[in-house]
Design a protein around this ligand. Structure first.
Ligand code: G4P
Length: 191
């Protein structure tokens, strides 16, 4: 848990219909540079003894946090592309991701040269909602025969259950803010 993130969410976050939290002012569209770096340092503190060799996320809003974590851990960060680009051709690992929010399936792709066999990978994202983005990245790690060290997300929507499912399956999931309820009445964080 990162108290400063909970406070920032309460102060600057906006609750939108459909249990959506808008954090465009500091985490998504506009990024609070110092704060993003603080998040990166907190992620690095949690995983500093795990031998992480690479940080992996999905474009676009995961990138800033993955870079911040990568800087703090002194390892490269990589992002999965959401659409295969021509120059990525067949030398890519791909996985399908169903977006509950957008009600569509999209493909993610990472060039094989950036995730090597045996690599120890930390997955980072801004939100953990239904967990499909993280599961897609895990499929890519499987294909690459890389090791999943764990996941670090800024904001987990605990009421959607995916974080606890992943934990129950033995995966380390660290959330810096874990929201158990997001309604017009306000936000309740897990103690
Ligand atoms: P999942 O990956 O955990 O299964 O999540 P889901 O399909 O439900 O969410 C899809 C997108 O919506 C993701 O971004 C996710 O980060 C974002 N998201 C989910 N809940 C919230 C929320 O309460 N607030 C905000 N701001 N975003 C939320 P994406 O569509 O992949 O887009 P991008 O922004 O990373 O490019």
């Amino acid at each position: 848990m990162m108290k400063a993130l909970e406070e920032k969410i309460l102060k600057e976050g906006e609750i939108l219909p459909g249990h959506v939290l808008k954090v465009g002012g500091f985490l998504n569209q506009q990024m609070d540079s110092d704060f993003i770096m603080e998040i990166g340092e907190e992620i690095a503190r949690l995983y500093k003894d795990c031998g992480v060799t690479k940080v992996l996320t999905i474009e676009s809003s995961g990138i800033a946090l993955a870079v911040a974590a990568g800087i703090a851990l002194h390892v490269p960060s990589v992002f999965a592309k959401k659409h295969k680009s021509a120059n990525m051709s067949k030398d890519v690992y791909t996985a399908e991701v169903y977006s509950y929010t957008h009600k569509e399936t999209y493909e993610i792709a990472v060039a094989k040269e950036y995730i090597r066999k045996g690599e120890k990978v930390l997955l980072v994202d801004d939100f953990l909602a239904n967990g499909n983005a993280l599961r897609g990245l895990m499929k890519i790690l499987d294909k690459a025969e890389a090791t999943l060290v764990g996941c670090a997300v800024a904001i987990e929507k605990g009421f959607q259950g995916a974080g606890d499912e992943l934990r129950a399956s033995g995966i380390r999931v660290e959330s810096l803010a874990l929201i158990d309820s997001l309604t017009d009445e306000g936000i309740v964080f897990r103690a």
